[in-house]
Write a protein that binds this ligand. Structure first.
Ligand code: PLP
Length: 361
């Protein structure tokens, strides 16, 4: 079997071991005579899967006891709306850090719910950097501060987080959750769609502090209230059971890799291969993001002309690489090197980049 060198931005690579394990259990999960997809979400077997995935996430990230882990549906995009529906208070603006396409979308949704302010923006730098912490200004009466820890499209990442005191810090970590250790106690809410670093699409992880769960207003529909799902351990209605099961397998794989600290080093080793190929190309390749804000998950880069970029994509595809075309909004090239992308794929890409330069430099 030939596996592609998969640099897709999302849905993205899943560890081969996980796929093989799921394949083994696909038709008959633990002797139940049926697959995970066919059993009741109220069954003991599925409750075990649900509880184990939650417990593993708590263990791997180091989530304190006063936080809940929720498995919801609708993607991170639904969280853009659900968050202000639950936590944006009348007369108290929600502050947003504008760092690219995803942060922008999150803020636009909040504007439909209530008042927002821009706490910092890097738009004038074409979103090619993250703001420094001193640039972020939060009104003292803000309902919360929202940021995007990694901008998947621009390829910029926060390498430190602001201290917001009593104002809840909210982070969309869709494209870098579990890629490095974080101090959860700095955050009020962390959310992430699963399809980049956690498994397949269909489930969205929300990590939320207890006091914020309790703030869910009673006048919004049940499905949109955090406390509905918290009270029911994410089994209020039928969950995306197969996706939750897959996330559990991925979390076990991360544990087997030695945990998030080990993964961070692995991710740094992987991205170094590609950033070095860019930086040592004598200007043939140019990193799109400013050096200090470079992402360890999405590497964005350019070539001298769009024709050359098209040729790069075409020839890379012929050699088994997938997903290297940049997002349509920004163009250029992008290699997404999420947790499950093996070092070997990055070695192969660095080699391809050197060969391509020899042919076209
Ligand atoms: C992919 C992505 C989203 C959108 O996720 P969906 O699950 O498709 O709604 C939001 N934010 C970031 C940072 C992303 O990378």
């Amino acid at each position: 079997m030939a596996r592609a060198y998969n640099f897709n931005a999302g849905p993205a690579a899943i560890p081969l071991e996980v796929l093989q394990q799921a394949a083994e259990q696909f038709v008959d999960y633990q002797g139940a005579g049926m697959s995970i997809m066919e059993m009741s979400h109220r069954s003991a077997l599925f409750e075990g899967v649900n509880n184990e995935a939650q417990a593993l996430l708590k263990e791997l990230i180091g989530i304190p006891d006063n936080y809940q882990v929720l498995f919801l549906q609708g993607g991170a995009s639904t969280q853009f709306a659900m968050l202000p529906m639950n936590l944006l208070k009348a007369g108290r603006p929600a502050a947003y850090v504008k760092t690219g396409a995803w942060a922008d979308k999150a803020m636009k949704e909040a504007q439909l719910i209530g008042e927002t302010v821009v706490a910092a923006s890097t738009e004038s730098d074409k979103y090619m950097r993250m703001p420094s912490l001193s640039e972020i200004v939060v009104p003292s009466d803000a309902s919360y501060l929202h940021l995007t820890s990694n901008e998947t499209i621009g390829g910029v990442q926060f390498h430190e987080f602001p201290d917001t005191g009593d104002i809840p810090l909210i982070a969309d970590m869709s494209s870098d959750i579990l890629s490095r250790p974080i101090d959860v106690s700095k955050f009020g809410v962390i959310y992430a769609g699963a399809q980049k670093n956690l498994g397949p699409s269909g489930v969205t992880v929300v990590i939320i502090r207890d006091d914020l769960v309790e703030q869910s207003p009673k006048d919004i529909p049940a499905m949109f209230r955090y406390n509905t799902h918290a009270k029911a351990s994410s089994l209020y209605n039928t969950p995306p059971s197969f996706s939750v099961y897959m996330v559990g397998l991925v979390l076990n794989w991360i544990k087997g890799m030695g945990g998030v600290g080990q993964l961070e080093q692995y991710n740094r080793d992987k991205t170094k291969l590609i950033y070095d190929a860019i930086d040592q190309s004598g200007g043939f390749y140019r990193g799109a993001a400013q050096t200090g804000s470079r992402s360890f998950m999405n590497i964005t880069f350019r070539l001298g002309s769009e024709e050359l970029e098209k040729l790069f994509v075409k020839q890379s595809e012929a050699e088994g690489f997938v997903g290297l075309k940049g997002h349509r909004d920004v163009g250029g090239l992008r290699a997404s090197t999420y947790n499950a992308v093996p070092l070997e794929s990055c070695q192969a890409l660095a080699q391809f980049m050197a060969d391509f330069q020899k042919r076209n430099g």
